[in-house]
Structures are given as structure tokens and as C-alpha cells.
Ligand binder design. Structure first.
Ligand code: GDP
Length: 359
């Protein structure tokens, strides 16, 4: 039905905007179009191309992101149509950018690099046919040969990366034990992108920036130290958020960015309880967690954004009925004390586990 279709499109575009924001871009607008099938040359129809082109000029747009994967030809044709220095990319390339920024371990970095190369392989044509055009067709055929050479080089690099990944995986246990030498509990935030993980992280730690903290300088930049009122402390670390529409080609890279959470003392699952798909999102996160090596780690669930639901009292009652669920508003600060107490209570149970891992 039409309404359902619109809801799906709008949710997907909202998520795409959030991902662009995470990647450091400023979103100035979005648009969609209903076609029976994508245009093979430009994905969207020619009228839409013209409409976007005039918006690009009016708003000074630098990047146009498509919510579905584009072929090499579509990327090239769209860039040509929009003209100038406008960069065209798709959801997959954007997500790869984010994973790349956020890969905290060597293994995750390798896995993301591999996914990036595999994404590039079928799209190599772009650069060389472009050069051929510039040369005015005098070097016809040269581009094609060069593409073959480049593809061979890329395939070799992919092979090397795969071998390196294998060897890193074999030695993973050793790396892990060496990394976990900090006698402070590590609490990892997991959840969907936009659930409010970084808002919670910032809210709890104020302006504490870890770069100044020598002891923890080796930890990744999304980790902060939280000092509790009773003097206890823990490290709070943010992870790459789950994505509703994760391209299947990126599943391995995404899991790799999550692998570090198996070193945590506690997993805090942050849920945007005001989201219409909250229930499905919880299930999807639980499913991935059950497939990772984290079953022995205690878990706590946070229902965030209670300020945004229409009946907060009902939601709070529902949370009370369940075990290990705390309602908060990371934005207003409501429920943060309760959250800290719950974390502390959970950490009591897991200290033994942390100390056992420290060499
Ligand atoms: P992350 O992707 O999980 O790190 O999510 P962010 O922390 O970036 O938050 C995503 C959006 O939700 C931001 O616009 C936040 O201001 C908003 N947000 C976060 N927590 C709350 C909350 O408790 N209530 C409301 N109303 N909005 C929130």
C-alpha cells in the first residue's frame, strides 16, 4: 500500500541522514521518487536528475548520497549530469566511510579495508573511462587495458588482506589479553544508530576528554571515563551503531567493528523507545549479540528518549515489569542516577571476570 511504502522510504531516508551526520556531513535536504524499476543509466528519472541539479546549485551541495547501491555506470552518469565537483555516492560507500573512521582494532581495520576493496573492484571502470574521454578518444582501448591491470592489482591486495586477517584472527586471543591490562571495568554501549548512545556518553562524562589521560590514551577516542558519586569509576565506550538497512556485503565489516565488545565487563543496550520500530530493533540487536562471543557478559537495557513517548508513565511501568531495564532521557538527564546505580550493581557481579582476564 502507498502509506506503508512511504513510511518505509521515510524511515530509510531518515536513517541515511543520520548516517551522513555521523560521517561528519551536514544534510540540507532529501527527496525520493517512485519508479516501477530504477533507470539503468541514472537510477532516477531524467526529470528528477534535473530537479536535483537545480537544488545542487541553489544550495551549494557538495555530495549527493543515494539510498541504494549504484552501479559504476550510474555513478559516472550521475556525476556527469550534476557536473562540477559534486561527489555522488551510495549508502554502502557512506557506511564504509563510517566503519573506516570507527574501526578501533587492527582486525576491524583490516575487515573494513577488505570490504572497501571489494566494493571498489566492480566500480574501477569509472576512473579510466573518464581519462579516455579527456584524451579525446585518441587512446581508445588504453583505458580498458589499464582497468584489467588495476583489477589484477586490487585482487592481489584483497588476497593479501584476507591472509593477514586470518593470521590476526588466529592470534586474536593473545592480542586481547594484552589489551585488557586496565584494572577498571569497561562498559560498552550498543544499539541502533540514533538511539542516543553518544548523547548518553557525553551527558555522563561532561567535558572529560580522554586524550589528556595518559593511562587510557591507548583506548579508542570514543571511550570516556565515568566517575561515580561514591568514588567508583568505569570506562564507557561507544560502538558503531546498528543500521536498519545494512547492505549484506557489509555484515562482516560491521561485526568486526563490534568484536571489541567481547572485552567488556558490561554491555548496555541503548534503545530509542520512542521509535516506531523499537521492538524490532531490540530483537535485531539481541540476535547479533547472541552470535558474538559475549554470552558470559552481563547486560543492561536502557529505554532512552522516554521524554518523547506519548505516555511516559505507561512505558516506565512496562520497564519496571522487566528485569534489567532502566528508563532514561539522555537529553534531559532524567534517570541518569538510576542508570549509574544499575551499572554499579551489575559491575559487582562482573569484577571477578575482569580480574581473571588481566594478566
Ligand atoms: P547515537 O547515534 O546512538 O550516538 O545517537 P545520538 O546520541 O547522536 O542521538 C541521536 C539524536 O537523538 C540526537 O538528535 C539527540 O539529540 C537525540 N536524543 C538523544 N537522546 C535523547 C532523549 O533522551 N530524548 C530526546 N527527545 N532526544 C534524544
Amino acid at each position: 500500500g502507498g502509506a506503508e511504502y512511504l513510511f518505509v522510504i521515510e524511515e530509510s531516508l531518515k536513517e541515511l541522514a543520520q548516517l551522513a551526520d555521523t560521517a561528519g556531513l551536514m544534510v540540507v535536504g532529501s527527496t525520493h521518487q517512485k519508479l516501477n524499476s530504477p533507470n539503468p543509466r541514472t537510477y532516477i528519472g531524467s526529470g528528477k536528475v534535473a530537479e536535483i541539479k537545480s537544488a545542487i546549485h541553489a544550495l551549494g551541495v557538495e555530495t549527493v548520497i543515494f539510498d541504494d547501491e549504484l552501479s559504476a555506470g550510474q555513478l559516472r552518469n550521475l556525476e556527469k549530469a550534476f557536473g562540477g565537483d559534486v561527489r555522488v555516492c551510495d549508502r554502502t560507500a557512506l557506511i564504509l566511510d563510517i566503519f573506516n573512521q570507527r574501526a578501533a582494532t587492527h582486525e576491524a581495520a583490516l575487515q573494513v579495508a577488505l570490504a572497501q576493496m571489494e566494493y571498489q573492484l566492480p566500480r574501477l571502470t569509472k576512473m579510466w573511462t573518464h581519462l579516455e574521454r579527456q584524451a579525446g578518444g585518441q587512446v581508445k582501448g588504453m583505458g580498458e587495458k589499464q582497468i584489467e591491470v588495476d583489477k589484477r592489482i586490487l585482487r592481489t591486495q584483497i588476497g593479501v588482506l584476507k591472509k593477514e586477517l586470518e593470521s590476526v584472527r588466529k592470534h586474536r586471543k593473545q592480542y586481547r589479553n594484552r589489551r585488557v591490562s586496565v584494572p577498571v571495568p569497561v562498559v560498552s554501549l550498543v544499539g541502533y544508530t540514533n538511539a542516543g548512545k553518544s548523547t548518553l556518553l557525553n551527558r555522563l562524562t561532561g567535558a572529560t576528554v580522554l586524550a589528556e589521560d595518559r593511562l587510557f590514551a591507548t583506548l579508542d577516542p570514543t571511550t570516556r571515563r565515568v566517575q561515580m558519586k561514591n568514588g567508583g569509576e568505569f570506562l564507557l565506550t561507544d560502538t558503531v551503531g546498528f543500521i536498519q538497512k545494512l547492505p549484506t556485503t557489509l555484515v562482516a565489516a560491521f561485526r568486526a567493528t563490534l568484536e571489541e565488545i567481547s572485552e567488556s565487563s558490561l554491555l548496555v543496550h541503548v534503545v530509542d523507545i520512542s521509535h516506531p520500530l523499537a521492538e524490532q530493533q531490540i530483537e535485531a540487536v539481541d540476535k547479533v549479540l547472541s552470535e558474538l562471543d559475549v554470552s558470559s557478559i552481563p547486560k543492561l537495557m536502557i529505554w532512552n528518549k522516554v521524554d518523547k513517548v506519548c505516555d511516559p508513565q505507561k512505558v516506565k511501568l512496562e520497564a519496571q515489569k522487566r528485569e534489567d531495564v532502566v528508563c532514561i532521557s539522555a537529553l534531559s538527564g532524567n534517570g541518569l542516577d538510576e542508570f549509574c546505580s544499575a551499572v554499579q550493581e551489575k559491575l559487582k557481579d562482573s569484577m571477578v571476570w575482569v580480574e581473571a582476564l588481566v594478566p
